[in-house]
Ligand binder design. Sequence first.
Ligand SMILES: Cc1cc2nc3c(=O)[nH]c(=O)nc-3n(C[C@H](O)[C@H](O)[C@H](O)COP(=O)(O)OP(=O)(O)OC[C@H]3O[C@@H](n4cnc5c(N)ncnc54)[C@H](O)[C@@H]3O)c2cc1C
Length: 473
Amino acid sequence: MDWHHRTARTTDPSPPALDGELRFDQLAREQAADDFGHIVHTEPEAVLLPGSADDVAETIRWAAKRGRTFAPQGQRHSVWGRSGARHGIVADMSTRRSVGRVQNDRIVVGAGATWREVLAATLPRGKTPPVLTDYLDLSVGGTLVVGGVGGTTSRYGVQSDRVLSMDVVTGTGQTITCSARSNTDLFDAARAGLGQVGVITEATLELVAAPEQVRRFVLFYPDLAGMLTDARLLSSAAGFDAVQGAILAAPTGGLSFQLDVAKFFTGNPPDDDLLLAGLSDDPVRRTPGTIAHVDYLERLAGLEAALRANGHWFHPHPWLTTFIGDSHVESVVDDELGRVDPATDLGRFGQIVLSPIRTGAITSPLLRTPSEGLCFAFNFVRVPTTADPDNAHRLVESNRAVYERIRNAGGTLYPVSAFPMSPGDWRRHFGSEFHRLDEAKQKFDPDHVLTPGYDVFEGMPHDGVSRRRAAPG
Ligand SMILES: Cc1cc2nc3c(=O)[nH]c(=O)nc-3n(C[C@H](O)[C@H](O)[C@H](O)COP(=O)(O)OP(=O)(O)OC[C@H]3O[C@@H](n4cnc5c(N)ncnc54)[C@H](O)[C@@H]3O)c2cc1C
């Protein structure tokens, strides 16, 4: 038991009566201190296992009274301690993972459910959320607060664009239902708002018809310019449903430039010649295939299994995720490729993602993309072959430098990256939309109780103690 723990337990109001459990033991606190990044460790004072949405509200009020912070944790797949609350209270939202029945065009789910669990309910009924992250073991709440980018984002936007309504517990412990029609200020600040205004406990997700099969091709290019030319062509045509690009270390040395393109269908297969007309990839290396839609959604499973087997899954993950506008993409990426050493900076299983995204479909106001109709997700998915913390910190420093070059070229951050951002950086990041988040913060979390890990606001505590003094118990 550490000093903070003892002080809190002996002098503060008793924990509330709960349907679930509040754990103070070392094991629970240590587990909650880590995330997928394995770089930042923020040990909380206690871990809430909420047995109800009311537990979340009660515990937020209790934390606030004691001047403590509170952060919900989904699957802890953040890479820079964003779901941590040092000496504060964290909530393991995986206890709130109920998945309701499919109701034609929607489904109601607990925010702690993973996208895999949502799909398990919807696919047997022929339905799917329109946008899915490439990796399915992320929580609904954890992705709604960052946006949630997937292969179909050019058509449907991000996941937070396709949520119909949410139940949100605010920083004052009030439970509010919000949507595009009611409590819109909360709705717009909660979606892609980095958990700053409330804890999502339940979400009503939009559903569309799921295709049965996918015609998929991997296309290979000799260089960046060729890859970008086809990425632009493919993203402006109606043909493929998903266009995702990657730059990897080639087994023969040098870099491999490739596009992974997918056409969804049910019934007759699409016409390959029509889909691929005008492309300039190497036709000899083109890899076609037809797979079940569910297998397409599981396309990262093999990589995850390999990384778990060789241990790299458990190494630090100093990832960088950004968006860069089409007008700058070639020069910026070319410059970064000249700086990167694939073996040490990405790892044998790492890659640079370079995927075209049409920004017109994205409507969540706080999801910041470059002000161009076409941008590219430009991500350094670093998978170090070593667990060495010095190596991870070197890459974190590199992330900051790359981010600044991207920002100077009009690019934006996709806020799941591993490097520190100051409140000033966030203000600049949100730009003309910062007022929206700021006003909502003042209204819904005036004492700055929620989600300190993002460090969005001046005066956010680093020691788990809120900026304002504890109110009398
Ligand atoms: C292997 C892997 C693959 C990924 N693939 C994609 C991808 O394809 N597309 C994409 O967009 N992103 C992807 N990401 C990034 C991922 O979407 C974000 O890191 C996301 O925030 C993680 O979700 P989580 O459930 O693990 O949330 P956590 O890491 O637990 O939390 C993330 C943030 O959300 C807050 N939060 C969690 N739950 C709630 C809630 N219920 N209400 C309010 N705030 C909450 C936390 O406090 C924290 O600030 C990937 C990450 C990994 C590690």
